[in-house]
Design a binder for this molecule. Structure first.
Ligand code: ADP
Length: 646
């Protein structure tokens, strides 16, 4: 076995340590030397490779022309570096192919000329390059599929990337390729081509505005094109100090929102017209209906020419029909007022105990007529104060209570019950009446749904519960029910409990001793208010003002009678009253010669601007809001009373 010299040994080590495969062949292309990498790369042993022709290491399809290449090279040998741009392939022993890069170097020795090829397997690099190309083309097609115009500018404000929508937009205005051009040039081209509607701005103002936004983009910029399109431009700086720009055509969006606005305005106008129509219709209907009911009553009571039994029975039908119609009109009006947002809710601390007692008292005669016992689990409500509109809460409980009596039977029971939890008070009205069949429950709180009672003997309009639900929601409350056919029902309303610090009186009802109203001639003041706590508060306040005699009325109707009888110096009017509102009552006062000059001070918890404006229009002398500010009220009273001799 031939021995390797030291020199040979170190040369072999050197060649084997090279990262590329090395194959040396002679002028005919016969392999005479390979290194370890070449063995591994092609899958042959050194012994197998030596003596093979170099063509054996390339795919068959390239073999036929290879000897020609070798001959040419041998004839004019020169070094050829790697990465010469040729797509070359190697062939492994198992026949598989792999991409390679090859550098060639001629070796001239005394024993003849040889060619040394350094071969590098570039499979990994080619794969990575292909992946990068694929990712890049994904990105480009993603950008191109953006429907809005997209442009990316580099740190020198030159275009790096645009999509076809951007090209279409800039279109013919930009000469030549867009990529590489500066933003300012593109903008100038577009302006020169008259692409935009400058809308009263000069060209340079328009340019400055866009350029200014481009330099410091916050929010969005809107511009109009000459063809009438509205474009919204949104730009943001990139991490590389460039700018990303998106131009969105919002013409259709704007049209749609304009259309929606118009539709909403039309709907609001229609709804306002509807409420107005209902209000005036109900007035028109009430007048003749009052005549019908009034004359029917006169006939019923006519002592001089008493009606026969049959006639009385018929008149009774007229009365009942008329009363039903009146209720229907009132409820429809109430509902339409609520739906048109025309009712004022005045939340204030309300004593539940007191409200339930009043409701129960009002319902007692009806309960007796129907043979139903009204019980009041009052102890559960003791001391419970909620934040609600007193009148409206009573109205809900009246609805629930009268239903519980109506949809009941002889010997039935109706109970009011209060429970408290998590800042909420729930008032429930329970009955052991006829209940509601399961298939009729779904729409019970919707207007005109009578849950199977449409054809029954119990009169109703199907509006009460709908009104109750809407009122509760206006008071930030909720309603609900549970029921079992033939067993009974429970209808409830929830309202917030009063928190200890809420609605605390701003000032103790104590008037400065120096008020001139603490002495002097007496003046009558009538206070129309349904909430007993407010009345008590006012009494205490007026107590200090000995020159004022205070009369109170719980409803506007009673108030009007009282005012006409006493002709007071001043009227203080709550707005939100059961029955007629304080606004309507004040309007009536203004129509009567005796009362038209009596100043009316509105006092209400409603403090919305809309209400204040409405109050002024309604002819109030002053519109004060609750909680009562003692100084404010005394100042108005002084202003009015001291100027006026009794
Ligand atoms: P109505 O004027 O018909 O009483 P409401 O809106 O107050 O209208 O109630 C709607 C329907 O719900 C009633 O027609 C009735 O069928 C049913 N209902 C309401 N309360 C009760 C109850 N306590 N027991 C049984 N049915 C009830």
């Amino acid at each position: 076995m031939p021995q390797m010299s030291d020199q040979e040994l170190s040369f072999r080590e050197l060649v084997d340590a090279a990262p590329d495969g090395i194959v040396v062949c002679d002028q005919r292309g016969v392999i005479i030397l390979v290194n370890r990498q070449a063995e591994a790369m092609f899958g042959y042993t050194r012994e197998e490779l030596q003596g093979k022709r170099i063509e054996d290491l390339i795919p068959e399809r390239f073999r036929s022309r290879h000897p020609e290449h070798v001959a040419k090279y041998v004839h004019a040998p020169k070094s050829r570096p790697m990465g010469s741009g040729l797509d070359l392939f190697g062939r492994k022993r198992d026949g598989s192919e792999f991409p390679v890069e090859i550098s060639l170097s001629p070796i001239q020795t005394s024993g003849g000329n040889f060619v040394s090829a350094a071969i590098r397997d570039v499979s990994d690099r080619k794969r990575i390059e292909a992946e990068a190309r694929r990712a890049n083309s994904y990105l480009l097609s993603a950008v191109d599929s953006i429907q809005d115009a997209f442009a990316l500018y580099d740190e020198e404000d030159r275009v790096v990337l645009v999509n076809s929508t951007f090209r279409d937009l800039v279109g013919a205005s930009a000469k030549g390729p867009i990529v590489g051009r500066a933003f300012r040039e593109l903008l100038d081209d577009m302006l020169r081509a008259g692409l935009f509607d400058l809308e009263n701005a000069t060209e340079s103002e328009f340019r400055d505005r866009w350029f200014g936004y481009h330099g410091d983009p916050t929010g969005a910029l809107e511009v109009r094109t000459a063809s009438g399109h509205l474009l919204r431009i949104v730009e943001r700086p990139t991490a590389e100090h460039g700018t990303l720009s998106l131009i969105v055509d919002v013409t259709d969006d704007r049209h749609r929102s304009d259309e929606l606005k118009r539709a909403r305005e039309t709907a609001e106008a229609a709804s306002a017209a509807k409420s107005e129509f209902l209000a005036s219709m109900s007035h028109e209907l009430r007048t003749p209906l009052n005549a019908v009911l009034g004359f029917a009553q006169l006939l019923q009571r006519d002592k001089k020419e008493p009606l026969s039994g049959r006639q009385l029975e018929r008149i009774d039908h007229v009365m009942r029909g008329g009363e039903h119609l009146l209720r229907l009109i009132d409820e429809v009006l109430d509902l339409s007022r609520i739906e048109a947002g025309n009712i004022t809710i005045s939340p204030e601390p309300v004593d539940l105990d007191e409200v339930i007692r009043e409701v129960a008292m009002t319902l007692e005669p009806m309960a007796q007529r129907n043979g139903v016992t009204l019980t009041n689990a009052m102890s559960s409500a003791t001391g419970t104060r909620v934040i609600a509109d007193r009148t409206r809460l009573s109205q809900i409980l009246m609805n629930y209570g009268s239903n519980a009596i109506k949809y009941n039977r002889q010997g039935g029971h109706v109970t009011f019950r209060v429970t408290r939890s998590d800042g909420i008070a729930r008032v429930a009205v329970l009955d052991d009446g006829i209940g509601i069949p399961e298939d009729k429950r779904a729409k019970i709180f919707e207007p005109f749904h009578r849950a199977g009672q449409e054809t029954g003997p119990i009169q109703g309009t199907g509006i009460g519960l709908a009104i109750s639900k809407r009122l509760a929601e206006l008071m930030r409350g909720r309603v609900g029910f549970s029921t079992e056919a033939n067993k009974g029902s429970e209808f409830w309303v929830e309202v917030p409990l009063q928190q200890s610090d809420e609605y605390a009186p701003v000032q103790a009802p104590h008037v400065a001793a120096e008020s001139p109203l603490t002495s002097g001639p007496r003046h009558k003041v009538i206070y129309v208010e349904d909430n007993p706590s407010n009345i008590a508060f006012m009494r205490e306040l007026i107590d200090d003002l000995s020159s004022i005699e205070l009369l109170t009325a719980p409803t506007a109707e009673i108030g009007l009678d009282l005012i006409r009888a006493h002709l007071p110096a001043v009227v203080i009017m709550d707005i939100n009253l059961p029955g007629m509102s304080g606004i309507d009552a004040t309007k009536q006062l203004a129509e009567w010669p005796d009362t038209k000059d009596i100043p009316v001070i509105a006092l209400t918890a409603a403090a919305l601007t809309k209400d204040t404006a409405k109050g002024r229009e309604s002819g109030f002398y002053r519109y004060l809001t609750k909680p009562v500010k003692v100084d404010e009220l005394t100042a108005v009273l002084e202003e009015l009373l001291l100027a006026k001799p009794q």
